[in-house]
Design a protein. Structure first.
Length: 508
């Protein structure tokens, strides 16, 4: 399969044998020591030495059959010599056996594809191929702190889009034009943000499972405060529920993405830079790739509300479970009721033995009241009445509900203009037998804005209803300046009036 084409067929045998934890510790140590940060090309001698150091520092990873004694001697590399002991006074048998096992571990890592040897003249160095390096890099990240950090991620996305918004074909400075590549980076950051939210949600599920599987109340409270409050709440929730909350910049990011996609000049610069950076084959492909990146950013930030609702629901459920645990903890046999019952039984035993006949307690006692009363008796059963047919009563009318229903119907009718409403708006904007561009149309009311936006969609899709197409022709005009008003900014389109509607009215 293509999923494993960069890995050796036996690569995962290191995690399936008895010493899998030792292999994992060795790979993590080698990755941190030689394959992270500044480039390093260690020799096989140095790698074996590193594996020996891991064995020496992690004695508990070996089975009882690997009896090395109390401590392994320290060894160091020395020039052309393979390995020299630094502690010559220590017993050599333990060190020799450990060195043999370290060389065996190194040989198996090479045989299973995790390490590979390269010859440069007389020098032999050890390197890690791309596939194993990516795998161990991900495993190393899982071995560290798993809590997500948003930091300035949302702010960085907004700043990248603001820099892209300022690009025009007149900008010739390479440093400024290369800001167009920030769109792809903003998309990757938005994907990372979505994955971080999913990680928080998965962590909440894990914490809830850990809390509910605790055997005792103490273990449950300890798991809640250690894993939820200390590890997740104080780190992740602080970063998304304070000044860096995504809702703070969500609308700005969505508006920026839309504005860039509706600006032909900026999209032209994006297409040119995508093609120049080999991110697209030509200008048209670059334009489509940039539009796809902007649309992905817009969709991600428009739909993060559901993810936050899920996180908030899980948080409330988890806190409610712990709150109920605390509430009912004292009602069991080990709580206050059990201790009080035991105390009462002991006092009754003392009174039965007449050891404290005159024991009194000064306290106000509520007078006893009988629960029996002539007014509390059950009424006498009456004979069953036959079923009578009668008209069903109408449901009670709620004026507030009726008003909200009427307002909702009016809102639905207003938010989706009919073709007749669009035709009426265009009649007021375009003179008979005339032509008018959308950028010169004036929008004064909300109804004008809704009718204009519907006409824009007609021109964009080419699907014009017969009521409008009978008297108007709507065509896109992407090469002209866009419509830019206080209501919206969009690509320009042209409306041509044929005058048919005017003639029909005259004949009528």
């Amino acid at each position: 399969m293509t999923l494993f084409r960069h890995l050796h067929d036996d690569a995962f045998l290191v995690f399936s044998r008895d010493h899998k934890h030792l292999y994992a510790a060795c790979l993590l140590d080698l990755h941190e020591r030689y394959f992270t940060g500044a480039p390093a090309f260690p020799t096989p001698q140095q790698v074996v030495h590193s594996i020996y150091d891991v064995m020496r520092a992690n004695r508990s990873l070996w089975n009882e059959g690997d009896e090395f004694g109390e401590a392994l001697p320290e060894v160091i590399s020395s020039g052309r010599r393979r390995i020299r002991r630094a502690d010559v006074s220590a017993t050599s048998d333990k060190g020799d056996k450990a060195l043999i096992l370290a060389r065996q571990l190194y040989s198996r890592l090479v045989a299973w594809g995790w390490l590979e040897e390269e010859e440069y003249g007389l020098r032999v160095t050890v390197d890690m191929a791309m596939g194993p390096l990516l795998v161990i890099q991900r495993l190393a990240s899982l071995n560290k702190d798993l809590s997500q950090r948003f930091g300035g991620l949302i702010v960085q996305i907004r700043l990248n889009l603001e820099a892209v918004e300022k690009l025009t074909p007149e900008v010739t400075d390479r440093m400024q034009r290369e800001a167009a590549l920030a769109v792809r980076e903003a998309r990757n950051q938005a994907d990372q943000f979505t994955k971080s939210l999913r990680a928080i949600l998965a962590d909440l599920k894990r914490i809830r499972r850990t809390v509910m599987e605790s055997k005792t109340v103490g273990d449950r409270l300890e798991a809640f405060f250690e894993e939820f409050v200390d590890q997740l709440l104080l780190k992740d929730f602080e970063s998304i529920l304070t000044v860096n909350h995504p809702y703070r910049f969500r609308d700005a990011i969505v508006d920026l993405a839309r504005k860039i996609s509706y600006t032909p000049e900026t999209m032209q610069v994006l297409a040119e830079e995508y093609a120049a950076a080999s991110m697209a084959s030509d200008l048209e492909d670059g334009r489509m790739a940039a539009a796809d990146d902007l649309l992905a950013i817009e969709n991600i930030f428009e739909q993060i509300g559901e993810m936050f609702d899920r996180i908030e629901t899980f948080r409330r459920q988890l806190e409610a479970r712990v709150r109920n645990t605390i509430k009912y903890a004292e009602r069991g046999t080990q709580g206050l009721v059990g201790r009080a019952g035991d105390l009462v039984r002991r006092l009754d035993a003392l009174l039965r033995d007449r050891r404290h006949d005159g024991a009194t307690v000064e306290w106000s006692i509520e007078p006893l009241r009988s629960s029996w009363s002539e007014h509390h008796q059950a009424p006498t059963r009456q004979p069953r009445r036959p079923v009578e047919a009668r008209e069903l009563a109408a449901p009670p009318s709620d004026p507030l509900y009726e008003l909200r229903k009427q307002l909702r119907l009016e809102y639905i009718a207003r938010i989706a203009p009919r073709p007749e409403d669009v035709r009426r708006f265009l009649e007021g904007q375009v003179p008979p037998f005339g032509t008018k561009e959308a950028r010169f149309m004036e929008i004064e009311t909300v109804d004008d804005f809704l009718a204009f936006d519907t006409a824009r969609r007609y021109a964009l899709t080419g699907d014009v209803p017969p009521q409008v197409a009978k008297g108007f022709d709507l065509e896109q005009s992407p090469d002209t300046p866009p419509h830019d008003s206080e209501w919206l900014r969009c690509a320009n389109f042209v409306v041509k009036r044929s005058g048919t509607l005017r003639k029909d009215k005259v004949h009528a």
